[in-house]
Design a protein around this ligand. Structure first.
Ligand SMILES: [Zn+2]
Length: 214
């Protein structure tokens, strides 16, 4: 009886795929839906201030839903799948460097509102898969910037001016992997790269989960 009740509760509380609602695998993103994800070519997607920016996927379909759920709908448990998507792409690039992973930070005000930095959670899970080390102290967001999505690239850069501050203590010149969820105009990455440059930190590669195809 006890076993029966246990398996009954297992069955009731089984995780369902957030895309297709299938519960057989007990996963929030089942392998069938994961395998539908199309990856971008294994090459950098663009260059920002002479730094390479890699993007794993197009910002569309499953990936768009995944990112939006992690970011806006408090579905933190989906972050592990976003990290898995990123790692599936990254491991095929055969990079030998041992990176320090720096997630794009949120301002204190935004953090208070959202309760968590989704990029930091994804980056932490990505480090578990890649064996890289995360560093959330190296750069802070000191200005609470307006939401960017309605702004042009120029307005975004103005909005982000002096938004970040680098704390270079404990940094030993290791290569940095700067991680964000979506790269749209690249203004956020650009302003972080500029802030790093002020401290002579230039060994930076950028990596985002997705990018909208222009
Ligand atoms: Zn599914």
């Amino acid at each position: 009886m006890k076993n029966f009740l246990l398996s009954l509760s297992d069955w009731i509380y089984r995780k369902k795929c957030f895309i297709c609602s299938n519960s057989e695998e007990n996963e929030r993103l089942c392998s069938k839906c994961f395998n539908k994800i199309e990856f971008l070519p294994l090459q950098y997607n663009r260059i920002i201030l002479d730094k390479r920016v890699y993007c794993a996927c197009e910002y569309d379909n499953v990936i768009k839903q995944l990112i939006r759920n992690v970011k806006y709908h408090n579905q933190k448990e989906l972050a592990v799948y976003q990290a898995k998507v990123m790692y599936s792409y990254w491991k095929n690039l055969n990079k030998n460097d041992n990176y320090i992973v720096v997630p794009v930070p949120l301002s204190k005000e935004r953090l208070k509102k959202r309760k968590y930095n989704q990029v930091e959670i994804v980056a932490t899970e990505f480090c578990k898969l890649s064996g890289y080390t995360i560093n959330t102290e190296l750069i802070k967001r000191i200005k609470n910037t307006k939401a960017q999505y309605k702004l042009t690239r120029k307005e975004r850069l103005q909005n982000l001016k002096d938004a970040f501050r680098v704390n270079p203590q404990n940094y030993n010149n290791e290569p940095i992997l700067l991680i964000d969820d979506v790269c749209t105009t690249g203004a956020t990455l650009e302003s972080i790269i500029k802030e790093f440059a002020k401290h002579g930190i230039t060994n930076i590669t950028c990596f985002t989960t997705a990018t909208p195809i222009k």
